[in-house]
Design a protein around this ligand. Structure first.
Ligand code: DP6
Length: 360
């Protein structure tokens, strides 16, 4: 679909008031999105596992208002007013206004909560922005004369979520989502995420992601700053090409269930993301000593047992430990006895592959 397909033309102005609620999960990238162009267009394609337990639940109440010159909304996190969220939502509304012309006609009360602690160092932008985008799409549906297809609904919600936070466009569906145009992935687009359209080996069903919370503080570098550091980065071109090649390679891996190749690709992606941060100007080290302790323990355990445990990282110190269902018992035991000690206050989250957002 070209972009004009997302414009909302058949809007009937009514005095509708209402309330919509969505729950949307977080996701963990296997091939990372790191670097973007104007208008939230990624520099390279990425692919992620949709998660299950880590999610945001957002309820949006909309009431008609008379002044339609400005946006009007309030935001609550866990029932507490959050004026500090306003600038991000205002920016989001400005970016999507052309596609949702009703935004200034309503006052919105946005009530949101996460299933994971806000201060866990887990980014809530993917689940939060996708949940909000879905609520706004439900409102579009209520105000529309046309019968919106499910495909249009999800695609446009992903398109809008991307304008809130890039990785959010990969959170709507499951269990694997690709964002960014890639010649080998049919239907892939820079504008929205698509469900991975090819065969996936049994071993990846029910894959586990145990998230070790090494550092629960505020992010040292926001992802916006991080993405910007890729402009003029000495290794950017090579990195973007590597991500394209890794998407090509992961297709075969996902089909055959070659876990050795999966581990090499996923860990290399994580370390490359961090290498980009270490080699940018200014430069950053986002790992903590305990991040490295955990990585070394994982490597030693894998060598000793031959079990297919591996890690990935986001742009922070926390470690996502990935492993298949078939080996989960013994690997989880290892995590509890050997790795959890490196977590801040012993905190970790047991998650696994999930299947996307749900309307409540
Ligand atoms: C390291 O989606 O948070 O998690 O588009 O600026 O909101 P913005 O960035 P964001 O970046 C996430 C980057 C990453 C890798 C990934 O999820 O692909």
């Amino acid at each position: 679909m070209n972009l004009s397909g997302f414009l909302f033309n058949n809007y009937k102005k009514t005095n509708n008031n209402g309330v919509v609620t969505w729950s949307s999960p977080s996701n963990i990238a296997l091939v990372k999105y790191w670097g973007k162009k104007e208008h939230q267009i990624p520099e390279n394609p990425s692919i992620s596992f949709t998660l299950d337990a880590c999610k945001t639940i957002t309820e949006v109440t909309f009431e008609t208002k008379t002044n339609n010159e400005t946006f009007s909304f309030e935001v609550f996190l866990d029932e507490k007013a959050k004026p500090d969220f306003h600038p991000k939502i205002e920016t989001f509304f400005k970016r999507i206004e052309a596609y949702l012309p009703f935004l200034k006609d309503f006052h919105f009360t946005i009530k949101t909560r996460n299933t994971f602690p806000h201060s866990s160092g887990i980014a809530s932008s993917a689940s939060g922005m996708s949940a909000l985008a879905l609520c706004l799409m439900s409102i579009e549906k209520e105000l529309s004369d046309a019968n919106l297809t499910e495909e249009y609904f999800i695609q446009k919600a992903s398109f809008l979520a991307r304008l809130g936070s890039g990785s959010a466009c990969r959170s709507l569906e499951g269990d694997l989502v690709v964002w960014g145009h890639h010649p080998a992935i049919k239907g892939s687009s820079d504008y929205f995420g698509v469900k991975y359209p090819y065969q996936v080996h049994e071993v990846f069903k029910n894959y586990h992601d145990t998230i070790l919370l090494v550092d629960k503080g505020e992010k040292q570098v926001s992802s916006t700053v991080g993405h910007n550091l890729m402009h003029g980065h000495p290794f950017a071109k090579q990195r973007f090409k590597q991500a394209v090649d890794n998407i090509t390679n992961i297709k075969e891996i996902l089909k055959t269930g070659n876990l050795e190749a999966f581990i090499a690709l996923v860990e290399s992606e994580a370390l490359t993301l961090h290498a980009m941060m270490m080699t940018s100007m200014p430069y950053f080290i986002l790992m903590k000593p305990n991040t490295l302790e955990i990585i070394n323990k994982i490597w030693a355990f894998r060598k000793e047992t031959g079990l297919p445990i591996c890690f990935t990282l986001d742009a922070g110190a926390n470690v996502h430990v990935l492993y298949p269902q078939k080996d989960s018992e013994i690997i989880y035991e290892f995590i509890k006895t050997q790795l959890v000690g490196y977590c801040q206050n012993g905190h970790y989250i047991c998650d696994r592959i999930g299947f996307g957002a749900k309307q409540l």
